[in-house]
Design a protein around this ligand. Structure first.
Ligand code: NAD
Length: 433
């Protein structure tokens, strides 16, 4: 689905009109291509007396001399009082204009549960408001995130998250708070030798997930309904994976899937519950079938399939489970009581399952896409579509690959300490922010 307004705003005559009338001016968001550097430009780390300064400066290379920076990374884990927040101003104020287009701002904080007293809790909570405001203010495609890191987490636990957030892989992720635990991280950088399953992989976001997971080395089982068989086969061939036709709402679907995985692979390292449907109607006009089908595909089937695979012992230590929610599940949406309930349910399920599976070394996270350019959003009435696209800090819709890159970060071996997170891929949408 093409975004004609953005094409217009970037054209010669369009630029002038957009500027004169003060219309939204969607910035270009560079996307990652294989072989690109994960840290594409100079990074400035501060403050130099922060508890994690040495390790961060070593990991990211702190460039104090340069006039321009791709990323500004601030360690606020040592801020324990509201007065101490002045350090944020002191670091960012002089360098705010040094950020290059599509630059990155990352603030490290502590999990709120580790605050020793109300003063520290206030200071650490303050980071949320600061980061979200920076995301709305800096413009030109810049993003801003808060990473709450466990005091005992080492650099290895943080690395995959910092690399994802600094790289162009996170182009459409902004205004997010991510927690990183102290879980030890195993070796192995990519997904080589891992088996991944993506449901709803025939098109849209699921097809992008299959491509990105395959790029990172995984063998991808691409699952979709038999009616999508042709498209599914194309995606599976392209990623050198396998096509598996299955309607997840079938009575014996979970069992059939378990048999398929057991016979072909004997394990499943990455499970991505992407298949989803909408059947919009206001509640008073909604028939039972619309309610039941949406709840079944989006929430009941993922939980059921996961349980069956876990019970069969097919998800080993190091396993990754990823749910796909939606900002509609955070903010609600008119005409989507069924859909928003199902997607909010995914968030609750992921948060509850993560601590249960932590002991087995399996992580559980969710992505919550905002407005992503796909067949699903192309069906929206034109006005609602235009509002969805523009009502975010980046004034444009995201691409399927933006959601896929976020899933690949969750799936990476280096993300062992990332669990129980719900990360919105929404350009810091005003809905559900
Ligand atoms: P899409 O409609 O383009 O693709 C969904 C895929 O799921 C289709 O190929 C479909 O055949 C498959 N599917 C549906 N029911 C199935 C079933 N019973 N068994 C197996 N496969 C089934 O959707 P999309 O836009 O790519 O969205 C993917 C996911 O992201 C969905 O969960 C959706 O709710 C979520 N999401 C999308 C957006 C967006 O802006 N596009 C926003 C928020 C959340």
């Amino acid at each position: 689905m093409s975004d004609r307004y953005t094409s217009f705003a970037r054209s010669g005559p369009g630029r002038a009109i957009v500027k004169r009338l003060g219309l939204p001016d969607p910035p270009r968001l560079p996307r990652y291509r294989s072989g690109d550097a994960l840290i594409p430009g100079p990074v400035l780390v501060g403050p130099s007396d922060g508890p994690r300064y040495e390790e961060l400066a070593k990991l990211l290379g702190s460039n104090e001399e340069g006039e321009k920076h791709h990323a500004l990374v601030f360690d606020a884990t040592g801020i324990s009082t509201p007065t101490g927040l002045r350090a944020l101003y002191d670091f960012f104020h002089p360098v705010a204009r040094s950020l290059t287009p599509a630059g990155r701002v990352i603030v490290l904080g502590l999990p709120l549960s580790s605050a020793a007293d109300p003063g520290q809790a206030a200071a650490q909570q303050a980071l949320d408001g600061f980061v979200r405001s920076v995301g709305k203010e800096f413009g030109r495609g810049a993003t801003a995130q808060l990473v709450r890191v466990h005091p005992e987490a080492d650099t290895a636990a943080l690395r995959s998250t910092l690399e994802f957030l600094i790289s162009t892989k996170s182009a459409y992720v902004s205004g997010q708070t991510i927690t990183v635990d102290a879980t030890p991280v195993p070796g192995g950088k990519d997904l080589t030798g891992k088996v991944a399953l993506v449901t709803g992989a025939a098109r849209g976001i699921g097809a992008a997930m299959a491509r990105v997971l395959a790029r990172d080395g995984a063998h991808v089982i691409c699952l979709d309904v038999p009616a999508a068989g042709d498209d599914l086969a194309k995606v599976a061939n392209e990623v050198r994976g396998e096509a598996y036709q299955l309607d997840l709402t079938g009575v014996d679907a979970a069992q059939r899937l378990v048999e398929h995985v057991r016979e072909r692979h004997g394990r499943l390292d990455v499970l991505v519950h992407n298949a989803g449907i909408t059947r919009d109607k206001t509640l008073a006009n909604m028939d039972q079938t619309r309610w039941d089908s949406v709840l079944k595909v989006n929430l009941i089937a993922p939980a059921h399939v996961t349980e069956a695979l876990l019970d069969a012992g097919l998800i080993p230590a190091g396993g990754r489970i990823v749910g796909v929610a939606s900002i509609a599940g955070v903010a609600g949406n008119r005409g989507q009581t069924n859909y928003a309930a199902s997607k909010a349910g995914v968030i609750g399920w992921v948060r509850a399952l993560a601590p249960v599976l932590a002991a087995q070394g399996v992580t559980v996270n969710a992505v919550a896409p905002g407005f992503i350019e796909t067949a699903m959003t192309a069906k929206m009435p034109v006005l609602i579509r235009e509002v969805g696209r523009r009502m975010n800090s980046l004034s444009q819709g995201g691409l399927p690959v933006d959601v896929a890159e976020t899933v690949a970060w969750f799936a990476a071996p280096g993300s062992a300490a990332v669990t129980g997170n719900v990360v919105r891929v929404c350009g810091q949408s005003l809905l559900g922010a």
